[in-house]
Design a protein around this ligand. Structure first.
Ligand SMILES: Cc1cc2nc3c(=O)[nH]c(=O)nc-3n(C[C@H](O)[C@H](O)[C@H](O)COP(=O)(O)OP(=O)(O)OC[C@H]3O[C@@H](n4cnc5c(N)ncnc54)[C@H](O)[C@@H]3O)c2cc1C
Length: 455
């Protein structure tokens, strides 16, 4: 009698199933920082039919599986647990079609996001999904996590960009709706159920995205403000002035700028220290229009100061502040990071409460707050020197408790995965959790897809 790994190899071919030392170490962990774990085997299908065959066999054998895309996830959803079989989409890559009449793009789920973006661009269109991990994350992973990013304000989360999906269910059944139409109300839109389900309901194998016209004349500026309330007033003023042209509205609080300038060597952006800086991008045709608007806002007392990029180099210099968290590992031995959201109107109060709590409990810890203000999304990082697991738990309980108190969410965009599972009930009611459990049992009655993630 063959065991499940032998059966997978027999059905898919030896080269498609890796075990033991043949498994590359990258399959042992995603980017959440959990201890690396070797899975039982890694399956590398090249087609939907092979994903289907692998799930059919695992289902029949009661074998738990975990799906891996680009492994850039920050919640531990793709991180293997002992005994699990990894199904990696890394060999299912390629843009199959860009339909310029329908403004759609069809791709295999393992295609890196950047490849999707470049294919859209080559056709004179734009993919509305963009995030820092674009070179490594996959479009299937973006959909499974309902990824956000820098342009959600304009194009929405991944969900708003998806028109059609092909999904393989837990028992190997392939369900396909490669819809290209904006309007299609023929019954339930089941595709939405899989977006943001973090691999717990099925494996996404093929994707149809709606594309957008490419914005022209994008201008960039950094604005200095005295409070979160002033930032929200600026957001409203920019939306009034430029309508749907506003693309980016990224907030960085004063401690964040202090780390960028004092520890990571960036030049001070303004002479004075301001409570919050906002990086703005808008499709305005000509940078002078943004400059004029910001000049008016300074005169009206809406903003304290501003600098507008005059060249590509200037733009890169302004974006470099926002990208400093990617360098934190060079200056902090460890940090506890959060991706939370609170209603926009309460962001200022939430920042005050988070600061006060961290300062009172961990006075030696650096703390930074930044994020996608327009989307209600804050990233919070607390860096206590020499933090151990117990301190990390304590920090998580304090931060998530404050967020829940503001009616916020413990996950704005990265998902629940394994790391935030204990806190899900802070953001969802017992009835919502019961409904999620019903969905999970209906689609994966044996609980074999990404067990221990989300629910
Ligand atoms: C530098 C950096 C910047 C980031 N910036 C952002 C950001 O701005 N916004 C944001 O939302 N996230 C961000 N992330 C998090 C991460 O990039 C996203 O969650 C991304 O969408 C994950 O894609 P992936 O292919 O790497 O998925 P993985 O990490 O491989 O998997 C993530 C989850 O999706 C599941 N999964 C993967 N592929 C499939 C599939 N085909 N079918 C079903 N389930 C699947 C996995 O099982 C897992 O639960 C960032 C990460 C890094 C490292």
């Amino acid at each position: 009698m063959m065991d499940i790994v032998e059966r997978l190899a027999a059905e898919l071919g030896e080269g498609r199933v890796l075990t033991g030392g043949a498994i590359p170490e990258r399959h042992h962990a995603d980017t959440a920082g959990l201890p690396p774990t070797a899975p039982r085997a890694v399956v590398l299908p090249r087609s939907t039919e092979e994903v289907s065959a692998a799930l059919r066999l695992c289902h029949a054998a009661g074998q738990p599986v975990v799906t891996q895309g680009g492994l850039t996830g920050l919640a531990g959803g793709a991180h293997p647990r002992e005994g699990e079989v990894v199904i990696s989409l890394e060999r299912m890559r390629g843009v199959e079609e860009v339909d310029t009449d329908c403004a759609t793009l069809t791709a295999l789920a393992g295609t890196p996001l950047q490849v999707v973006q470049e294919a859209a661009e080559a056709a004179g269109l734009l993919c509305g999904i963009d995030l820092g991990a674009r070179g490594s994350c996959t479009i299937g992973g973006n959909i499974a996590t309902n990824a956000g990013g820098n342009q959600v304000l304009r194009y929405g989360m991944a969900r708003r960009n998806v028109l059609g999906l092909e999904v393989v269910l837990a028992d190997g059944t392939v369900v396909r709706s490669l819809n290209k139409m904006l309007k299609n109300n023929a019954g339930y839109d089941w595709t939405q159920l899989f977006i943001g389900s973090e691999g717990t309901l099925g494996i996404v194998t093929r994707v149809v995205l709606g594309l957008h016209p490419r914005p022209e004349g994008v201008a960039t500026a950094l604005c200095a403000l005295g409070s979160a309330a002033e930032a929200l007033a600026l957001l409203a003023a920019l939306e009034r002035r430029f309508g749907g042209g506003l693309l980016v509205f990224e907030g960085m609080w004063r401690e964040f700028i202090a780390v960028a300038t004092e520890r990571l060597g960036q030049a001070r952006p303004f002479e004075a220290t301001h409570e919050v800086l906002v990086l703005v991008e808008a499709a305005v045709g000509d940078a002078a229009r943004l400059e004029d608007a910001l000049g008016d806002f300074v005169e009206a007392g809406l903003i304290r100061d501003a600098v507008v990029a005059r060249s590509g180099r200037d733009r890169a210099r302004l974006w470099a502040y926002r990208e400093t968290p990617y360098e934190y590992r060079t200056v902090f031995d460890r940090y506890v990071g959060f991706d939370v959201s609170v209603p926009r109107a309460r962001i200022g109060e939430a920042v005050t409460a988070l600061r006060a709590a961290a300062t009172a409990r961990w006075p030696d810890a650096a703390q930074v707050i930044f994020g996608h203000i327009a989307d209600s999304n804050l990233h919070v990082m607390v860096m206590p020197p020499g933090a151990d697991a117990a301190m990390k738990d304590m920090i998580e309980r304090v931060v998530y408790g404050i967020v829940a108190g503001f009616g916020g969410s413990v996950s704005a965009e990265h998902g629940i995965g394994r790391t935030k599972r204990p806190y899900l009930a802070l953001s969802r009611s017992p009835e919502e959790l019961a409904l999620m459990g019903m969905m999970k049992r209906a689609l994966d009655p044996s609980g074999l897809l990404n067990p221990g993630r989300v629910l």
